[in-house]
Design a binder for this molecule. Structure first.
Ligand code: DX5
Ligand code: ZN
Length: 215
């Protein structure tokens, strides 16, 4: 059974609690997009929002850090209640150290790769991580078009996992909708992030069901 992770980036922030309640019973993670206006050209939310969301749901909070120097904020996000913290390979020259830092906080550790970053860039640390997030859009905004070349990377990560007995989940983020979800799952994806495909629809439960029915 694949996991669905709605991205609250496309939700109505003035009633975030209601938005989460609406999807809670039909999804698996809540995906939280943190952007700093440096690594990506947009600014979103910080640990305060994670802290505010934490008591609203028992679902794992899947925090996607699109920020420079993520090592400076890991402790704050962990204390705020993140269950999974993912950092971009492109922001971490000392990726192994950052992964250990996340794990030392008692949080699951994920690594994200941009559309232009090959799987090879993270091969040496695949054995150490709980999740790999494959970006299928350039990070920064919701509602962008799915970049097809991510599918080959999902297949490659799936193959490496089977060959080596690794245990990471493969998550896909960006442009996931009724048209693109099946290709990702067939390639080996376990967790599908969806922002606009869920929160831009008036009936969110039906939107989640449509995604599942597209498989
Ligand atoms: C993009 C974010 C995504 C985004 C996905 O930078 O990381 O999580 O919210 O939105 P959709 O599903 O609309 O592409
Ligand atoms: Zn994201």
């Amino acid at each position: 059974m694949v996991k669905i992770a709605p991205s609250i980036l496309s939700a109505d922030f003035s009633k975030l609690g209601d938005e989460i309640k609406e999807v809670e019973t039909s999804v698996d993670y809540i995906h939280v997009d943190v952007m700093d206006g440096h690594f990506v050209p947009n600014i979103t939310i910080g640990p305060l929002i994670v802290d505010a969301v934490r008591p609203l749901t028992d679902l794992p909070l899947d925090v996607h850090l699109m920020i420079e120097n993520p090592e400076n904020y890991i402790s704050a996000f962990a204390k705020a209640g993140a269950d999974i913290i993912s950092v971009h390979q492109e922001t971490c020259p000392h990726l192994h150290r950052v992964i250990q830092q996340i794990k030392n906080e008692g949080v699951k550790a994920g690594v994200v790769i941009n559309p232009s970053t090959p799987v090879q860039a993270i091969e040496p640390i695949l054995q150490d991580i709980d999740l790999v997030l494959v970006m299928t859009v350039n990070p920064g905004f919701g509602g962008q078009k799915f970049i097809q070349s991510g599918v080959g990377k999902i297949e490659e990560l799936n193959r490496l996992r089977e060959m080596n007995g690794f245990t990471y989940e493969i998550e896909v983020d960006g442009g996931v909708n009724e048209e693109t979800i099946k290709t990702c799952v067939d390639a080996g994806a376990d967790v599908l992030v969806a922002g606009s495909a869920i929160f831009n629809q008036s009936d969110r439960q039906a939107a989640v069901q449509k995604l599942r029915n597209s498989l």
